[in-house]
Write a protein that binds this ligand. Structure first.
Ligand code: CA
Length: 355
């Protein structure tokens, strides 16, 4: 899973086919081997999704330099909120100052089935280790441009996916894991993110990642295909993806919005998004898989009861009940009167015919 970008090397194919240098094939067999190798290489890059083809990049869902018109132009696909500001090198969600909140949100509802989001970000500040906060989050949610909900610059009880890069340990008992900590949560509109416990009660998976004040470029990768969500990190300057979370049976409706947000409290950091690049993946499905992947309207994770939301019929309030009863009685009264009039006329007509 977390194999390296550099691991997709054609060396194995050469051995298998005993090929001479690529452009000097002499026989039909060698040409077939070369074509097979090329096809396999391409399927590797699609299957492992380590080596992106530019063809898959979807500009309309991506945020990258030079951020032209971002946040103010009607042509931009993104909106800024709170303290977020654009500089030539990054979108700074918060500066290294106390009590700031900022976000950037896509304007376009997201409808692709199989995708990867590669996020290049940077968290840095003056504070010493453990005297910084609070982190940033990446979103794919039904709601957008919400403010002040206490969840890393977004609302609580969100509907959809949240990936948190938590740089400050809030919980008393958290010594079993190192911070910063990256984690995934799926909100269904009723679940709450527990900030005081670093989101642990609703966490689906996660890992420690030393992303703060790093000398290396730091990246996150979120992949979603066939109801499986994989989260990977590349934070050690090795240009390899390390698996962080892998969740199967995760059902995510379409039409949601990508976003990134951040918040500082008493402690602070600069939280920068350098790019968010969305890649469409080409994935083949069997008929059974198609059947299995029915469209959903509420996010859920299979075999996890806390993620099943009963859609309840809204009950009538007292006032609604009173008026329903009143109009029913009035309606019935009108019907009775009309009925009596019709009956009376019918009787009169009948009498006239007899006389
Ligand atoms: Ca925290």
């Amino acid at each position: 899973m977390a194999s390296a970008v550099t691991q997709t090397s054609p060396g194995g194919f050469r051995t298998f086919c005993s090929l001479p240098p690529i452009f000097r094939w002499r026989s039909h067999r060698e040409l077939t081997c070369l074509l097979a190798a090329v096809c396999l290489l391409m399927s590797w890059s699609a299957a492992d999704q380590q080596d992106f083809l530019e063809d898959f990049l979807k500009q309309e869902y991506s945020l990258a330099k030079p951020y032209r018109g971002l946040g103010f132009s009607s042509f931009s696909q993104w909106d800024l909120m709170g303290t977020a500001m654009v500089t030539p090198d990054q979108v700074r969600l918060t500066p290294d100052l106390q009590s700031r909140q900022g976000a950037v949100w896509s304007r376009i509802p997201f409808i692709l089935r199989d995708w990867e989001l590669k996020v290049h970000f940077k968290i840095h500040g003056q504070g010493k280790k453990n005297f910084n906060g609070d982190g940033l989050a990446i979103w794919l949610t039904k709601e957008r441009m919400q403010y002040g909900g206490g969840v890393v610059g977004n609302m609580n009880q969100f509907t959809g996916l949240g990936v948190f890069v938590d740089t400050y340990l809030n919980a008393d008992k958290g010594q079993d894991r190192a911070f910063p900590y990256v984690s995934v949560m799926l909100g269904n509109g009723t679940l709450s993110y527990d900030h005081d416990h670093d989101g642990r009660p609703t966490e689906l998976g996660g890992c420690s990642a030393m992303v703060r004040n790093s000398i290396y470029d730091t990246f996150l990768l979120v992949r979603y295909s066939k109801n499986r969500l994989t989260l990977m990190v590349d934070v050690d300057g090795k240009q390899t993806w390390r698996e962080c979370a892998d969740i199967t049976g995760l059902r995510l409706p379409s039409g949601y919005f990508f976003g990134a947000s951040s918040a500082t409290g008493d402690l602070s950091d600069n939280h920068d998004i350098i790019s968010m690049k969305l890649y469409q993946l080409t994935v083949l499905r069997t008929a059974e898989e198609e059947e299995e992947e029915k469209e959903v309207t509420i996010p859920s994770v299979d075999h996890m009861e806390q993620f099943q939301v009963e859609v309840q019929e809204e009950g009538m309030s007292g006032v609604q009940f009173f008026f329903t009863l009143l109009f029913s009685i009035l309606g019935l009264g009108v019907l009775v009167v009309v009925g009596l009039i019709v009956y009376d006329r019918w009787k009169q007509n009948r009498r006239k015919r007899f006389y």
